[in-house]
Design a protein around this ligand. Structure first.
Ligand SMILES: Cc1cc2nc3c(=O)[nH]c(=O)nc-3n(C[C@H](O)[C@H](O)[C@H](O)COP(=O)(O)OP(=O)(O)OC[C@H]3O[C@@H](n4cnc5c(N)ncnc54)[C@H](O)[C@@H]3O)c2cc1C
Length: 392
C-alpha cells in the first residue's frame, strides 16, 4: 500500500491483501467505471483515455485507488472535478459481520457518506467502487516558473491574490523542491532548493489556456525568474509521470499536511527557513491554492470528507539511507511543529495520524467526526477492524 505511515501494519492485526483485485470495467455511455480497489491511478487513466474520459486520480501513477478514494482523494483537476471521493457513486463493502453490503444513495446511504472521506478509519473492506467519469479536457497545459527560493514569500503573496481571479480549471501550486540541474549553480545559496510556480490548466481550447495563464506574467518578481516553460500542451498520462518524479519509489519518507487560511507567504517563509537547513535534497514542500470557488465545501454534497481551506500545505521528508533516519525525522518534526500554528485542519490521507492521533480528528468538522465514530459503533460493535486513532 501507499500509506505514508504504513497504516495497514499494526502489531497483532491481520492484514488483508487486496492486491489481486485489480480489474476495471468502463461504460462510456453512462460515463461510469466499476473498479477494484487495487487499480492504480495510472491503470485507470490509461483505460479511460481511449474513451476520451478521465477521473481525478492521484498525482503519482502508482497510487492505488483504494485508500486514495477513502481518504477523499485530492487528485488532478480537483478544483473542477472535486475531491475524488465525491465521484464515488456506489461501492461493495464487506462488513464486520461478514455480510456484503451494496452501498449507494438508496441502500446503506450512511455507508456511502462514510466511504466518501472516512480515511483509514473506515470500518469495512471495500471490494469494488462505481465511479462517475468526466470528459478529458481538450487543452491540458503545463506551465512552470522557477524563482530563487529567497523570493518564495513574494511569489506566495502574489499567488494568493491571483488564485481568486483564476478559474477552477487551473491547478495552482508553489513547490519548494530541488533545483533542476540547469539552475543548480544559481540555487547553491539556498541549499540547492528552488521555488517553482506550477499552473496546470484543464481547458477546452488552447486559446482559453493562453489568455487565462497570461496572468502568471504579472508576478512582481518576474524579472528574477530563473527560467520558465509556459503553456506546454500535455496529457493526463504525462502529468502522472511528472508527479512520480517528485515522489521517487523505494525511498524513506515522512509526510504531513495542513489546511490553512493564514497568508501563504507566512507559511512559505517557514518552509523556506526549514529547507535552507534541510538535510536531504530530495525533500519537498508544496502549497496548493484553491481556485475558482470561494467556499468549496458549501457546494459539495454531504460526506465524511469535510475539511478544506484556502490552501493545502504538504511537507515531505524524502531520503535514502537508514543511517540518515535520525536527522531527517528530527528535521521533519521541527518543520511540522513550526507550521502547526497555521493549521485549521489536516488531510487524513497524508498526515501522520499515528504519531499525532489528534490530526485524524482535525481532518473532519466536529459533527462529521462524531458521526463517523457513531457509525463505527453501529457497523463494527466488537471492534473487529483496528481502531485506528490510537497508537499501536
Ligand atoms: C507517492 C505518493 C503519492 C500520493 N499522492 C496523493 C495524491 O495526489 N492525492 C491524495 O489524496 N493522496 C495521495 N497519496 C496518499 C494516498 O491517498 C494514500 O497513501 C492512500 O492510502 C493510498 O491508498 P492505498 O490503497 O495504497 O492504501 P494502503 O496503504 O493499502 O492502505 C492504507 C489504509 O487504508 C485503508 N484501506 C485501504 N484500502 C481499503 C479498502 N479497500 N477497504 C477498506 N479500507 C481500506 C486501510 O485502513 C489501510 O490500512 C499519495 C501517496 C504516495 C505514497
Amino acid at each position: 500500500g501507499h500509506s505514508w505511515i504504513g497504516f495497514s501494519l499494526f502489531d497483532g492485526s491481520l492484514l488483508i491483501d487486496l492486491g489481486r483485485l485489480n480489474q476495471v470495467s468502463i461504460d462510456p455511455q453512462s460515463r461510469t467505471a466499476v473498479i477494484h480497489p487495487a487499480v492504480t491511478g495510472q491503470a485507470l487513466n490509461q483505460q479511460l483515455a481511449p474513451h476520451g474520459l478521465a477521473f481525478p486520480v492521484g498525482h503519482c501513477q502508482t497510487v492505488p485507488m483504494s485508500g486514495y478514494l477513502l481518504n477523499g482523494g485530492l487528485g488532478w483537476n480537483w478544483n473542477t472535478w472535486g475531491p475524488a471521493c465525491f465521484s464515488i457513486e456506489a461501492a461493495n463493502v464487506v462488513l464486520a459481520d461478514g455480510s456484503l453490503a451494496v452501498v449507494n444513495q438508496e441502500q446503506h446511504a450512511d455507508l456511502l457518506w462514510a466511504i466518501r472521506g472516512a480515511g483509514p478509519g473506515f470500518f469495512g473492506v471495500v471490494t469494488q467502487y462505481v465511479l462517475k467519469l468526466y470528459p478529458v479536457p481538450r487543452a491540458i497545459t503545463a506551465t512552470t516558473y522557477y524563482y530563487p527560493l529567497e523570493r518564495i514569500e513574494e511569489v506566495g503573496a502574489w499567488a494568493e491574490g491571483i488564485a481568486g481571479q483564476l478559474p477552477r480549471e487551473v491547478e495552482l501550486t508553489i513547490f519548494c523542491a530541488q533545483a533542476p540541474p540547469a539552475f543548480a549553480e544559481q540555487c547553491r545559496s539556498s541549499n540547492g532548493f528552488v521555488c517553482i510556480l506550477s499552473a496546470t490548466g484543464f481547458f477546452d481550447t488552447p486559446d482559453k489556456a493562453a489568455v487565462t495563464l497570461s496572468l502568471l506574467e504579472t508576478c512582481p518578481v518576474i524579472f528574477e525568474c530563473l527560467g520558465k516553460d509556459v503553456n506546454q500542451p500535455t496529457t493526463m498520462d504525462t502529468l502522472l509521470d511528472l508527479g512520480g518524479r517528485f515522489w521517487p519509489e523505494l525511498h524513506r519518507c515522512l509526510a504531513d499536511t495542513l489546511w490553512s487560511n493564514s497568508p501563504p507567504k507566512q507559511q512559505l517563509a517557514t518552509v523556506r527557513d526549514a529547507f535552507l537547513q534541510g538535510p536531504s535534497a530530495k525533500s519537498l514542500a508544496l502549497c496548493a491554492f484553491s481556485t475558482g470557488v470561494e467556499n468549496r465545501m458549501a457546494v459539495l454534497p454531504a460526506a465524511a470528507f469535510s475539511m478544506m481551506a484556502g490552501t493545502l500545505l504538504l511537507c515531505y521528508a524524502i531520503w535514502e539511507q537508514p543511517e540518515d533516519d535520525g536527522v531527517n525525522i528530527a528535521w521533519h518534526r521541527e518543520i511540522v511543529a513550526a507550521l502547526d500554528p497555521f493549521a485549521v485542519g489536516h488531510y487524513v490521507g497524508e498526515s501522520d495520524i499515528i504519531a499525532e492521533p489528534v490530526r485524524a480528528e482535525r481532518s473532519f468538522v466536529p459533527a462529521n467526526w462524531q458521526r463517523l465514530q457513531s457509525l463505527r459503533r453501529t457497523y463494527d460493535p466488537d471492534g473487529l477492524f483496528h481502531e485506528p486513532y490510537t497508537a499501536g
